[in-house]
Ligand binder design. Structure first.
Ligand SMILES: Cc1ncc(COP(=O)(O)O)c(C=O)c1O
Length: 435
């Protein structure tokens, strides 16, 4: 079979594909291990109070003939369920003082799908005025899922962050502001043009939350160039609200806000939400029509009443946020106990569902470390996947890219504890062996 260049990218395997396969497949266990530790994927926790409420919401939808028939028996308009969209405008408008109208909102089949649409709407190899339109990720590490989804090649350029080493085996990335306005040092070529900026906030994989000042700097850049700033709010407020530091949503028309129902607990329902300027939404609605006819309507149909009444936000506030806060605290406490004597640091945890661990001067690469752990029944993600658009620069190598692991703490608590113990024991052996 002969694939196109675009097709070959998929037939030879992708980072996102390997992540999703790891999610549904257990590693084979070595002798002596009785269970695997699945700390790799982005599955949210099954929080009992939240799952119970979604179960009854689904039953309520099924019991209401008119709503049931409209939701399952009809295609929605390409923009998505108007009742859900109306409720979203009302709630976000109230909560964040943003003036959002239905023409500013679009639903997609998951926010991953939204990014396929957005990145190809603004970027890709298709050129205007002979220029190659590229998406700038202002601060790598960034979400693995952005890689591979552009129709054209070389979509991304990214920048290294500043790295602040903090007391207590912690560290924090920051936005490198120098050169940001000119984009001089991001590896752009003469025929390149920055067509959009994109950040996840809270960031997957690091758990970092860009400060309001950092976001303001990006908004200013977007406004000065008349390009969009895409903010991926998959873990942010108002839902799922897995965010532990104050963070304001900016009010600029340049901002495209992406949200999702996945991390609240509905990843199987595949519902993404975009809030943007009406012109952008119109173009995306056409894409929705061509690619999907209409977005799926089950999750919007079932959650619209919860969104309208404020119950969805209350569930996040009362159950989702405290659940992940407790998990993060426990995981970091364990990290301190197990890794305290090693040159290993955890990124400060400000949101999302992962620990991002930096093994300074690790004697092997993070990809090799991943494999070693996998062979011992522990599935994590090697950090090197999370630098889309950041090429290895022989003149200024950055070893850090090959020294990090992402560890999810959303799964079974016993697996998280055992997994961290096994990672620590391997790390001790590696550093001891190198000493
Ligand atoms: C930062 C971020 N953005 C987007 C997504 C895509 O989520 P979904 O397509 O389930 O909405 C994920 C999933 O893990 C994510 O972590």
């Amino acid at each position: 079979m002969r694939f196109s260049d675009f097709g070959s990218r998929f037939s030879s395997g992708t980072g996102t594909g390997s992540l999703m396969r790891d999610l549904s497949r257990l590693p084979s266990l070595p002798a002596g291990r009785t269970a695997a530790c699945r700390l790799g994927g982005g599955n949210p926790a099954l929080i009992p109070a939240v799952m119970d409420r979604f179960r009854t919401a689904l039953a309520e939808l099924a019991a209401d003939t008119a709503r049931f028939e409209a939701t399952l028996g009809r295609y929605d308009a390409p923009q998505g369920d108007p009742v859900f969209i109306e409720a979203l405008c009302e709630r976000i408008g109230k909560r964040d003082g943003l003036s959002i109208r239905p023409e500013n909102v679009l639903l997609t089949n998951g926010s991953q799908n939204a990014f396929v649409q957005l990145f190809n709407l603004f970027g890709g190899s298709v050129c205007a005025e002979g220029l190659r339109h590229r998406v700038l990720l202002p601060m790598a590490p960034e979400y693995i899922g952005y890689g591979d989804l552009a129709v054209g090649d070389d979509l991304f350029v990214s920048r290294r962050p500043t790295v602040d080493v903090l007391p207590g085996s912690r560290f924090k990335y920051g936005l490198e502001l120098s050169g940001l306005g000119t984009c001089d040092d991001v590896g752009l070529e003469e025929h390149d043009r920055i067509a959009a900026l994109c950040v996840s906030r809270p960031t997957n994989p690091t758990g970092n939350v860009l400060t309001d000042a950092e976001i303001d700097a990006l908004v200013a850049l977007a406004e000065s160039r008349d390009i969009p700033l895409i903010i991926d709010n998959a873990y942010g407020a108002p839902f799922p609200n897995i965010i532990h530091v104050p963070a304001t949503l900016p009010r600029s028309p340049q901002v495209i806000l992406s949200m999702s129902l996945s991390k609240v607990g509905l990843p199987g329902a595949r519902t993404g939400i975009l809030v943007a300027d009406a012109e952008v939404i119109r173009a995306l609605a056409e894409m929705n029509a061509v690619m999907n006819l209409a977005p799926g309507s089950i999750a919007p149909g079932m959650t619209a009443p919860l969104l309208a009444s404020g119950e969805l936000e209350a569930l996040c506030e009362q159950h989702v946020l405290p659940w992940y806060r407790a998990r993060a605290d426990r995981a970091l406490q364990l990290f301190d106990e197990l890794f305290g004597t090693l040159p290993v640091r955890a990124h400060v945890h400000e949101g999302a569902i992962f620990l991002w661990l930096w093994f300074e001067n690790l004697p092997i690469s993070s990809a090799e470390f991943y494999q070693q752990l996998h062979d011992d029944g522990v599935v994590v993600l090697s950090g090197h996947h999370f630098f889309p658009g950041l090429e290895d620069d022989p003149a200024q190598p950055w070893q850090h890219r090959h020294e990090c692991l992402r560890v999810s703490f959303a799964g079974e608590e016993a697996e998280v504890i055992r997994g961290l113990e096994i990672i620590a024991s391997h790390a001790h052996q590696l550093y001891d062996g190198a000493a």
